[in-house]
Design a protein around this ligand. Structure first.
Ligand SMILES: [Zn+2]
Length: 495
């Protein structure tokens, strides 16, 4: 789920009353995280309660954090690196300080396993993302154990879209900034699947300097001030994969409520009145998209969705549970002369990101071999919505004499057939190009076997086309019923 959005627009991871203790290692997480703004880091204390639902007693428990950008990429040129880190390479890492067992206070040794099997093709910075602890007493099948973990998260200064980043006066985190248990399948730890385990996040308490505004995911959020700091407490009802947030020196917020009870909040920089009307548009548009998706694909896994302006420029989005980051292009263009010019493109990208609340974020996907279930499906949902809302032949940009120039600039090396800027046309065009060049590959494919130059085309465009074909073949009603069942059945990670 590295959320590049839309082939050329750049960017790279409810319980519903179902009881699942026998399906895997159900886990509950509670975290207190204190932000040190001067040092760009978080000091965290986490309790994670894990039920052993494997049929045998367990003494070894595996956890995952993202330390894949802890060390420099040795294969990257200095020029390419400078694009990301203008002040030189800055390490992103979660440093595990200690792990103890609640109750006994037993201190456990943290042992790292190389995570190359999870990362597949990455050959650097694989040493500190996967770790295990061994308990003295075995945990019987059906029993639970609670680990207390202290850790520090260092957030890098980076000017690209990235899961964790400090840029201008904002700081954000998305996936795997805190440890989660590795997924379990068929009674075994899956150490070779890039799956993010869904867990109950019972509480995240974020403590920040009062000079920051907080945009944070969560079905219910409340805030108070104590000892000169702001405490923001976020809770979710259904299992999630993370709790993303972004801090900034000043947000305004536009809110909208859907008729299905979902709250949408758009957090954007305090600037002009034009920005407010743009934020209002996104809030209302997102509400309509969520209502349409809920109707077709089943209830939204979260009750509150935060849409947040990220300082990095560009037309891109990144989704997490109840949280959508949008590239600054979505807001900065509000001040341009033709401020509505990019509306269709922005609407489409936002619909794609909102679809991830069901596909990829809201469902269980092995991102190393079946990313089309995340990207292709999200794109199918977004295109289907876009076409039903704006018409099948609605172009992505309004027809204008300079349209072609702008689009081709945006697309970089792509050459477009004139007058064909509809979503289907673009998608099909990119896929046909890949086929013509002999780069077509199966949708389900281990990452290390894929032609990486066309991964995006395969996962997004071929993926979307595949789902559309399936829908045409079995009928859209049957297809949507099937999707609803799929989302409900994979909502909770089997691990
Ligand atoms: Zn996506």
């Amino acid at each position: 789920m590295r959320h590049k959005k839309y082939g050329f627009l750049l960017g790279l991871f409810g319980c519903l009353g179902i009881c699942f203790p026998l399906m895997g290692f159900e886990s509950h997480v509670a975290i207190v995280a204190t932000v040190n703004a001067a040092k760009n880091n978080l000091h965290c204390s986490q309790a994670i309660r894990i039920y052993n639902s494997v049929s045998t007693p367990q003494t070894r428990f595996y956890f995952l954090v993202d330390n894949s950008s802890e060390t420099k990429n040795p294969f990257l040129s200095a020029l390419a690196e400078a694009r990301m880190y203008p002040h030189g390479f800055d390490s992103a890492r979660t440093l595990i300080q200690d792990v103890t067992v609640e109750g006994s206070g037993e201190q456990l040794t943290v042992q790292f396993v190389d995570s190359e099997r999870l990362f597949r093709i990455q050959k650097f910075s694989t040493a500190h993302s996967l770790f295990f602890v061994d308990t003295l007493q075995p945990v019987a099948s059906g029993q639970a154990i609670t680990f207390n973990i202290h850790f520090m998260v260092q957030i890098p200064f980076s000017r690209i879209m990235a899961d964790s980043s400090v840029f201008q006066d904002s700081l954000r985190v998305r996936f795997l900034w805190y440890p989660i248990n590795v997924t379990v399948e068929d009674n075994h730890w899956r150490l070779d699947h890039a799956v993010l385990t869904a867990h109950y996040l019972d509480k995240l308490e974020l403590i920040t300097p009062i000079s920051f505004d907080v945009a944070i995911a969560g079905d219910a959020v409340h805030t108070f001030q104590a000892s000169g700091m702001t405490h923001t407490i976020s809770t979710f009802t259904n299992p999630v994969k993370t709790c993303a947030f972004q801090l900034d020196s000043g947000y305004s917020v536009e809110r909208s409520n859907s008729n299905t009870g979902i709250i949408v909040e758009v957090h954007y920089p305090k600037k002009t009145a034009r920005l407010r009307s743009r934020a209002r548009h996104y809030a209302e548009y997102a509400t309509e998209v969520l209502e349409a998706y809920s109707q077709k694909y089943g209830p939204c896994p979260v009750q509150r969705v935060v849409i947040c302006d990220a300082p990095q420029s560009g037309i891109w989005g990144m989704a997490a549970d109840g949280f959508i980051f949008l590239g600054n292009h979505f807001f900065e263009t509000a001040d341009s002369l033709s401020s509505r010019y990019f509306d269709p493109l922005h609407n489409y990208v936002l619909a794609h990101e909102l679809a991830h609340l069901w596909a990829g974020v809201g469902s269980t996907v092995d991102f190393s071999r079946e990313n089309y279930l995340s990207e292709g499906l999200a794109d199918y949902m977004a295109v289907d919505y876009f076409e039903s809302r704006f018409g099948r032949y609605r172009n992505l940009l309004p027809m204008a004499t300079y349209q072609y120039t702008i689009l081709t600039n945006l697309l970089g090396g792509y050459v477009l057939p004139p007058h064909s800027f509809t979503l289907r046309d673009l998608s099909q065009y990119r896929y046909c190009q890949a086929v013509r060049r002999g780069w077509d590959q199966p949708l389900v494919l281990p990452f290390e076997e894929s032609q990486h130059q066309v991964d995006l085309v395969r996962n997004y465009d071929k993926g979307q086309g595949f789902f559309r074909m399936l829908s045409a073949y079995i009928g859209s009603d049957s297809f949507e019923n099937g999707l609803r069942d799929y989302f409900l059945s994979t909502r909770i990670s089997p691990g």
